[in-house]
Design a protein around this ligand. Sequence first.
Ligand SMILES: [Ca+2]
Length: 281
Amino acid sequence: MRESSIVRGTLAALILVTGGCGGGRQEEDAPQAAPQAASAPRAGVWFNGDFESGTLDGWARDSARRDSIVVVEEPVRRGRYAARVNLETGDVAADKERVELKLGDRSLERERAGNGSEVWYGWSLFVPADFEDPPEGTFQIVAQWHHRPPPARREGASAPVSGAPPLTLYLARRDGRPALLLSGRRTRGAAPRTLGEATFDKEAWTDVVFHVRWSTRDDGFVEGWMNGRPMTAGKQHGRTLYGPGSNYLRLGLYRNHGVPTANDVYYDEVRLGDSLAAVSP
Ligand SMILES: [Ca+2]
């Protein structure tokens, strides 16, 4: 069944590429709204999270339930599969109310997202129309980059991973519309500063790209784009790494404990790499 679907998808893609070439019969066989075929392999991609294996292979997770994160066929940004994350009241994982995906291979971000390293991150986010906004005075995070100590210090009994993350993407509202707000901290105890924000549409895929230089000095920076348009006013310079070690990506829902809503969001086309072309959804 899956093979025939792949053949059908490939046919649909061929028809799209060639502008329709085989007469009526093939076009009848093609789905009305043909999903885009999975992306071709690209140069400069260090991690590909397009979910096209139909599984969560390659990912690690913090989730309260087995079905908190599942691979779905609808909606998808590209290819056949995407991931749905679901958070319900009291879903506590790693001490917080959250459901988050992390790269399964920790060594990748240890090696590539440490002091002085530049990383490009890209993914697509789908917030459904029925997503209930967080109550006044509470926060809702949809992505964050958290600090992780270097391996040697990880051996200690109390590794210093506490405190707010250095870079956070919040779901917010601006002028009555849903918005994504990028917030950064120079040090663990520093007040957060807004690095950029942009409104988006629910019930549609939103593509984001972030380019970061992780640094314990002021040569660190963050710049971001949403749906191909700048989300920050160019590079926002400043310290982006709290200390030795590296920062790693968490994708999913994270919020105050006990928020009385159950929400889904979807992710697809997640990539880490060395350029905009490598990671752009
Ligand atoms: Ca996909």
